[in-house]
Design a protein around this ligand. Structure first.
Ligand code: AMP
Length: 249
């Protein structure tokens, strides 16, 4: 059993996002980048399955600029066996990523593809679903528990009504929720070992995939600043303000 895991390089979730003065995008220079958080869960789950003896290889793949190699390298440091970087300059949209991943799946023939449920930079929640459609594979999205059963995968999904448990045939696409597991930290010896693991570099154009963006970003704006609150001295004053100024009662 081979598991392919898609890992995206995004601005670290702790970074305070700043909009460029001309509104043409957000500031990315000198900003800390990290692996998209649910992609860490996806790698962790794949590595756990390998450690349980049920998988023989975990391959991490990222689509993006040269620097996305760091994201692949981090996946190698927490247990992936080898990496693939598909190079694309500039913005790469979910449809292009899923077409690239389709080509990688056709080449590598994995039994499972694990991905994050959503990328925190574009909040699209599309790539896994589009990849499943392109490959005509079953998909289990928002997985919070995964159990491997012979040729089946039992997946628990957290939905509004509670926990939904579904079975999908393998090969399948699974998009992972943050509650799936607790991703491990890379230890220093494993970071050193990961430097020796292979990362194959491929140009998206060599895969015959057109990665040109189809969405034109018109403008990016900061959300309006919240006004400072005020303190009222009495309940009566509060009621008056809610009635006369906020007009909510
Ligand atoms: P999205 O559809 O953009 O919300 O992304 C969902 C998931 O698709 C992410 O959590 C990643 O696992 C995968 N993904 C999206 N973009 C990329 C990328 N450029 N490289 C690798 N994986 C990606």
């Amino acid at each position: 059993m081979k598991i392919l895991v898609a890992v995206k390089r995004v601005i670290d979730y702790n970074v305070q996002i700043r909009v460029k003065e001309d509104g043409s995008g957000i500031v990315t220079e000198n900003v800390k980048m990290s692996t998209n958080p649910p992609d860490d869960n996806a790698i962790e789950e794949a590595v756990k399955i390998k450690e349980s003896g049920k998988a023989s290889e975990v391959i991490a793949v990222s689509v993006g600029e040269e620097k996305a190699q760091e994201t692949v390298r981090k996946a190698l440091a927490v247990g992936a066996d080898r990496g693939i970087l598909v190079k694309v300059d500039g913005i790469v949209e979910p449809l292009a990523v899923s077409k690239v991943l389709q080509k990688i799946v056709e080449k590598e023939k994995p039994d499972l593809v694990f991905m994050g449920k959503q990328a925190i930079d574009d909040d699209c929640n599309q790539t896994g679903q589009m990849l499943a459609a392109l490959l005509n594979w079953p998909q289990a999205t928002f997985a919070s528990k995964i159990e491997l059963k012979d040729k089946l995968l039992e997946v628990t999904r957290e939905v509004d009504e509670g926990l939904e448990i579904i079975e999908v045939n393998i090969p399948a696409i699974v998009t992972c929720d943050l509650r799936l597991n607790e991703p491990r930290y890379a230890s220093l010896p494993n970071i050193m070992k990961a430097k020796k693991k292979p990362i194959e570099q491929i140009n998206a154009s060599d895969l015959g995939v057109d990665t040109k963006p189809r969405i034109e970003q018109i403008k990016v704006e900061e959300p309006p600043k919240r006004k400072a609150g005020i303190k009222v001295a009495t309940v009566e004053e509060l009621v008056q303000k809610l009635k006369n100024e906020a007009k909510v009662i």
